[in-house]
Design a protein around this ligand. Structure first.
Ligand code: TYD
Ligand code: MG
Length: 476
């Protein structure tokens, strides 16, 4: 038999019809090894049969011997109208609705709410007139019906099937000709052409490939649910991400009601959008004002707390950055970070020590972003630094101030984009002052930003002044 297209085969196979596939990177090995030679992971190799090549199991659709049909780039414009699910946050994260003839992977930890979100989306699209198929391999039909009742969408004309056999799923879909297909989850499907257990890399890849192909051929939009493993990979793994057009992750902290939908790959839209939901008794509710959710009650803040005026995608978001600088008991001081990048914290600490003469030696430093949010913007640097300075001095920052800006190693504060958007959001939530980087031509703008006073911070040493004169927020 021929080698699977695109698969890496390490040394030529001896005789056996078994292969060993790394469940982390998908590399194929002829014999079992404790460590994958391709990606270096330990104990990830699993025996998988090799009766058919992944992705090669189905008979080709259409007639053999006919070449590919080429069309003009400047041909008749095909305006693709997106399919709206009626869930605004989901549609926005996908770039303004779901795209026909595409496959979208929705990843997330078990229990985060993927099935809930997709059932609500399926119901929304069906109510808007789309033909919607919901294929579940995880639950029985009665369980889905019960959930639909609880979510208040039992009247939506969604077609339901509890099936794990890919062949039967595809045959059913070809008859139904849906506009939208939900497959929950890709790890439960199996293809009879593949001799491995459901959930293994080979099966997951083959099933995802077939479903993505079905999407392209039929014009349907296919939503695949994928469980994420403990270390944050979609089990059976990155290979699926390459097969689909878009990948969104559904995230949430255990014990908190917020859920964040984040696009990490999108062929038809931006990848920096987030959608914010709140999980309640009636399923996932959209959150029109996420800043209020992440900030908590207004009023005086303790020392070590700074409000960062961030932007996620096209949406401004105010979040609380919390820092604690506790005396270290003994040994090396700890640096612990939740919701931000620890390398960035190390950099900011080094800049504060070098450029402002502040010493965090002998202090355990903890940094946390409130509400289970994860911050990736460099613009958060200045808020992190402010929280650290305030924590070290044990002096609260001005309660009605927001802060943003990127810190350079020199201690200079660099300008960041979307200043207007940040200021507008701050003003909307009742903040009066914004500590921001110096901007070109900003002199006349200062003090005239819809009620938010802009205090320019040119150098990180200006921060020290903030924490020592909190009531005034003194400016150099
Ligand atoms: P689910 O969608 O089953 O998660 P996943 O498919 O990602 O595994 O959601 C599971 C959790 O959501 C479960 O712990 C219960 C909670 N939940 C609610 O709080 N309210 C609801 O209306 C629903 C349907 C679920
Ligand atoms: Mg589920």
């Amino acid at each position: 038999m021929s080698a699977p297209a695109g698969a890496r085969i390490l040394p030529p196979m001896a005789k056996s019809d078994s292969i060993f596939v790394c469940q982390s990177c998908g590399a194929i090995h002829p014999k079992w090894l404790g460590k994958c030679e391709a990606c270096g992971s330990w104990n990830t190799l699993q025996e998988e049969g090799v009766r058919a090549a992944p992705g090669a199991m189905a008979a080709p659709v259409g007639k053999r011997g006919k070449g590919a049909a080429f069309v003009d780039l400047i041909g008749e414009a095909q305006i693709v109208s997106r399919l709206k699910t009626g869930i605004g946050e989901l549609d926005r994260v996908c770039g303004g609705g779901l795209v026909p003839a595409s496959a979208l992977l929705v990843g997330g930890d078990p229990g985060v709410g993927k099935s809930t979100l997709l059932l609500q989306a399926a119901a929304g699209a069906a109510k808007a007139g789309a033909t919607v198929a919901y294929v579940t391999g995880e639950e029985a039909e009665a369980q889905i019906q019960e959930r639909a009742r609880r979510l208040g969408v039992a009247d939506a004309p969604v077609k339901l099937a509890a099936e794990t056999d890919l062949r039967k799923v595809l045959d059913g879909l070809k008859t139904l000709r849906p506009d939208l297909v939900v497959v929950d989850s890709i790890q439960t499907l199996w293809s009879d052409g593949i001799d491995s257990a459901p959930g293994t890399v080979t099966q997951v890849r083959a099933c995802a490939h077939e479903l993505a192909r079905f999407a392209k051929k039929s014009g349907a939009c296919v939503l695949l649910v994928g469980h994420v493993t403990k270390d944050g990979q979609i089990a059976g793994p990155r290979v699926v991400e390459h097969l689909v057009d878009a990948v969104v992750y559904f995230e949430g902290e255990r014990g908190l009601p917020y859920r964040i939908l984040r696009a990490v790959k999108n062929r038809f839209g931006p990848t920096d959008e987030i959608g914010v939901f709140e999980m309640g008794e009636k399923g996932l509710a959209e959150t029109p004002n996420p800043s209020a959710l992440f900030l908590g009650p207004a009023g005086a803040r303790p020392s070590g707390s700074a409000v960062f005026a961030g932007v996620e995608g096209t949406r401004p978001l105010l979040v609380e950055v919390q820092a604690l600088a506790a005396p270290a008991a003994y040994g090396a001081a700890r640096r612990a970070v939740i919701g931000a990048d620890s390398a960035r914290l190390a950099m900011i600490l080094a800049v504060l020590e070098t450029r402002c003469g502040l010493s965090f030696t002998g202090r355990d430093v903890y940094l946390s972003i409130a509400g289970g949010l994860r911050i990736t913007e460099p613009a958060a640097d200045l808020a992190v630094a402010a929280a650290l300075v305030s924590a070290l001095a044990d002096v609260p920052l001005q309660a009605d101030g927001v802060i943003f800006g990127e810190i350079a190693l020199s201690g200079e504060i660099r300008p960041v984009g979307r200043t207007e958007l940040r200021l507008k959001e701050a003003q909307k939530l009742g903040f009066k002052t914004a500590y921001a980087p110096r901007r070109e031509g900003a002199a006349e703008k200062a003090g005239d930003n819809g009620g938010v006073r802009v205090r320019e911070i040119a150098h990180i040493s200006d921060l020290a002044a903030l924490a020592t004169a909190p009531a005034e927020g003194r400016k150099r």
